[in-house]
Design a protein around this ligand. Structure first.
Ligand SMILES: O=c1[nH]cnc2c1ncn2[C@@H]1O[C@H](COP(=O)(O)OP(=O)(O)O)[C@@H](O)[C@H]1O
Ligand SMILES: [Ca+2]
Length: 443
């Protein structure tokens, strides 16, 4: 009996998603989020797919790219599969395997080897996912974001060095500068490339690109393609960047605000951000349940926090507290007031947590929906006490960031998305295109 071609490819770990295969296949694959025992690993799919649709079987024209996102709250691996149908055509994105671990690298600031081990465990998935004969041709890159930007240079470099060693011991292609802290403006641009690529706005004639909002743990990004001359004139010079991708040049408005991610904003609201000695000190806020007293670890530091035992709690006092964190701190481009934006990361997560949107489907919200929900949660904290104690603060911060920070209108539309065509909306896809382009592998 001839072996099923799928048997020549190893598989089974991670979440495989495909942007082009029928939805049914994508659903089957995206539901596989655990590593199967070796003996079972090749068995589960062979009866499901005829040989010609084996989705993870590497054909001669298949190639891969491995991109790590070392975020402030977690480390994630994205293994992308591309197919080049003919030498003349551009390669197409076939699918993605995604997996993540928590906490992020910055939590290992004093144990860099342990931090690198978390990367190694994720990289082992790539060894299973990429066929051995393509290992040497498959680039692996890690880009760290705000978590590492906030560490001391020495601690961040120690972590990056350990990760580099893990890469060099792997069978993959390790390009120069494969492990680095990414510049914040690239984070925004690359996420914008991802979303606009996945929504089909970077190909064809009618390019109606969409702006993107990313709310991470430690930093937040806003990116869009300005349509009005005034935006170009009125924006600070370092908010405008020209970027070349897919044979086009885009002049984008983008900025990454360090310290304005959701978790950093919690610390700022509590008055604990950038504090030298926080050991033992109690930080209180009207955005937290009155009787609460607890501890929280972020970026390798332990914080004690609690509610206003005697004083006020609820939306109004909370909004005033949070306002101090954002008011007058961000540039407000006029042009965005009336536009709609794609929003992901913690915008998405908090909207899911409060049933504003469905986890799988995402959805469209107005800015005022976040405000309505913030009021509901903050003014009824006892009803929400099984959820995170920070839910009121987080929703209030998101409201203040959108309205008072960026200057969006109450009725500005936000398209909340986690995946487009089953591919994660993350800067990592844009970064992989950029990587493959710079290595001369594609585009
Ligand atoms: O691949 C992804 N797809 C969708 N959301 C992601 C992905 N990677 C990270 N996130 C989201 O990013 C947020 C965490 O931000 P992160 O840890 O990247 O902080 P940072 O960007 O400030 O370093 C969470 O809301 C998490 O769900
Ligand atoms: Ca991020």
């Amino acid at each position: 009996m001839t072996a099923h071609p799928c048997l020549t490819a190893s598989s089974g770990s991670g979440r495989m998603a495909s942007s082009r295969l029928p939805i049914l296949l994508a659903l089957v694959f995206s539901s596989f989020s655990f590593v199967l025992p070796h003996s079972n690993r090749v068995m589960w799919f062979q009866d499901l797919f005829p040989p010609n649709v084996c989705p993870i079987n590497a054909k001669a024209n298949t190639f891969y790219g491995i991109m790590f996102d070392a975020g402030s709250t977690g480390t994630r691996i994205h293994i992308y599969t591309f197919v080049q149908k003919s030498p003349e055509s551009l390669p197409e994105l076939e699918g993605e395997i995604f997996e993540s671990v928590k906490p992020g690298l910055s939590a290992y600031a004093d144990q860099p080897e342990k931090g690198a081990e978390t990367v190694k465990r994720l990289l082992d998935m790539a060894i299973d996912a990429v066929p051995p004969h393509l290992w040497k041709k498959t680039p692996v890159v890690l880009k760290a974001t705000a978590g590492l930007r906030l560490l001391s240079e020495e601690k961040a470099q120690a972590l990056l060095l350990e990760v580099k060693e893990v890469f060099e011991e792997s069978p993959f292609l390790v390009p120069e500068n494969s492990v680095s802290i990414m510049d914040g403006s690239y984070e925004g641009i690359l996420a914008w490339i991802t979303v606009n690529f996945l929504t089909g706005q970077l190909s064809g004639q009618n390019k109606h690109t969409v702006g993107t909002l990313d709310l991470g743990g430690a930093s937040t990004q806003i990116t869009f393609l300005p349509r009005f001359e005034e935006t170009l004139k009125e924006s600070p010079g370092d908010f405008l960047t020209s970027f070349e991708m897919f044979n086009s040049t885009y002049k984008l408005y983008t900025h990454s605000y360090l310290g304005f991610g959701l978790k950093a904003a919690r610390l700022a609201t509590l008055g604990a951000l950038n504090m030298e000695a926080v050991d033992g000190q109690m930080f209180r806020s009207s955005c937290l349940p009155k009787q609460l007293e607890a501890e929280w670890h972020f970026g390798g530091v332990k914080y004690r926090y609690g509610g206003n035992k005697e004083g006020e709690t609820g939306f109004r006092p909370c909004y005033l507290e949070v306002l101090k964190v954002v008011k007058g701190k961000l540039h407000q481009p006029d042009e965005i007031r009336g536009s709609s934006f794609y929003a992901f990361s913690y915008y998405y997560d908090r909207a899911v947590d409060t049933n504003l949107i469905d986890y799988e489907q995402g959805g469209v919200l107005e800015v005022r929906d976040f405000e309505r929900k913030a009021k509901e949660v903050c003014d009824n904290m006892e009803r929400y006490n099984s959820a995170s104690p920070f839910l009121c603060m987080d929703l209030t911060y998101i409201t203040a960031l959108l309205k008072e920070g960026f200057g969006f209108r109450d009725n500005t539309l936000l398209q909340l998305t986690k995946k487009v065509n089953n591919i994660e909306t993350s800067w990592t896809l844009g970064a992989t295109f950029h990587l493959l382009q710079s290595l001369g592998i594609t585009y």
